[in-house]
Design a protein around this ligand. Sequence first.
Ligand code: GLN
Length: 484
Amino acid sequence: MNISSLDYSSLRSLLIAKEISCQEVTRFYLDKIEQNRQLNAFISVFADKALERAREIDYKLAQGTAGSLAGLVLGIKDLLVMQNARTTCGSKILENFIPPFQATVLNKLQAEDAIFIGKTNLDEFGMGSSNENSYYKPVKNPHDTTRVPGGSSGGSAAAVAGSLCTAALGTDTGGSIRQPASFCGVVGLKPTYGRVSRFGMVAYASSLDQIGPLAKSVADAALLLRFMAGFDELDSTSASVPVADYSVMNGSVKGLRVGIPKEYFISGLEPDVNSAIENTIQLLKDSGAEICEVSLPHTEYAIATYYIIATAEASANLARFDGVRYGYRDEHASNLEEMYINSRTNGFGEEVKRRIMLGTYVLSSGYYDAYYRKAQKVRTLIKKDFEEAFKTVHCILTPTSPTTAFRLNEKVADPLTMYLSDVFTVSLNLAGLPGISLPCGKDKQGLPIGVQLIGKAFDEQMILRFAGFIEKNNPILNNRQVSV
Ligand code: GLN
C-alpha cells in the first residue's frame, strides 16, 4: 500500500477497517525519514517512542476507544516545547535544552492519539524565509533538492511534502506556515491570532505568533485545527471564541464574494504564479462566486512595519537567552559581562543577531517614536484596510508568495531580498487574521505554486470552505504529493 499518497482522512478509514495498523504506518514514515536524511527535515526523531505509542493506539483502536486523531503521525516544529524532548529552536544556544513542560497544542493533540514522530528543522527562532538560518543545516525541497523549502517552518513543509509524516505543526509570525507550504506544495493554515494557545511556543514576536497545521489536504488541516483551537488559561491572549467543527465544509462557493486586492499584483510576481492565480480566480468565477476588486492601500508599508515590530519584540523575547538561566554558556569568560557577551555572540546565528540589533535600535530612546511608534500606527491602518475590505467580501484571494521555491544560497547574502519573500504574508499577522495557503498549480519547472485565502477574524470556516472547493475542483491539482 502506498501510504505516501494518503492524507489522514483516507488513512483513518483504513485504520478503522483494520486494513493497516498504526505500527505499520509509523514504521513506514520512519523508513521514509531514514531514506531521506539528505532533506534534513528533522532535527530529532523519536523512533522508539513513536512505535510504542503506535502499539498503544492500535490496542485502543481494537477496543474502540481511540481518539479522533488515532494514527495521525505528526512532525512538530522544533520551536514548540515537548516535555523531556530536546527543543532547539534551530539554535546552538538551545542545543541541549530539555523542557520540563509541554506546549498546550501538543497536549491537546496527544489526547486525541496523534503520534509525535520527531521535531522538524526550522530557521533559528523562526527567523527566516528559506530554512537556511538553521544551526542544524538547511532543509532541502523534496520537489527539487537544489532549492529551499521556504521558511521558517521549512522542515515541517518538506516532511509533509516528502511523506515523512502525515502532517506537521508549524508556527507563523509573518508567513512561516504559508510560504513553505506554498514552496513545497502542501496545505498550510495560520489561524486567527488567539485561536490557538501559544503556551509552549518559544516566543519570536508575541503579538504576531500563531501555531498552525501543515497537511496534505484541506480536510486534514481543518481536522487538526479543530483539536488545536480553543481558550487556554495558560495563554492570556488565547480567545474564548467557540470552536467549530471545521471539518464540515459546505461544498459550494456560489453567491460568495471574493476580494482580489489590486496592490498584490506587483511587478515582481512571476508570470507562472500570476497565471496559476488567474486560473484559480476563473475557477471560482465559473463556479458562481462573485469576484470583486478590493483595495488594501497600506500594503506597500507592510514589510517595513513587520520588520520593525517583529524585531522589536524579538529583541525583548530573546533577552532571556543569556547563558545563565538555561542554554549555551561560554565557560571561558573572565567576568560576568564577558560571559553574557560571549554566550550570546557564539550562541546565536548571524540573522538572529541582526534582528536583535535592529529591534534594540528601533526601541532605543530617540528612535522609538520615529520607528516603533510609527510602525504601530501603520499596523492599525493595515488592519483597518482589511476591515474595510471585509465589509463587502467573504474572503480575499492573493498569491502566497511572488515566486516559487528559489535556489539554495540564492538570497542568503542579501537579507532585504529575502525579506521581500514575505510581501504577501506579513499583513495578515499584523492584522491578526487567518490565512491558508494551498497548491493551485505548478510553474514551468514543475515547482508548486500556492494560493492564499484570507478570512475575517475567527472565520477560519470560510477560508476552509473556499480552500476545500479549490482543492476539489482544480483540474491541475491531482497528484499533489511527491514521492521521494
Ligand atoms: N520570514 C519571516 C521572518 O523572517 C516570517 C517568519 C515567521 O513567520 N516565523 O520573520
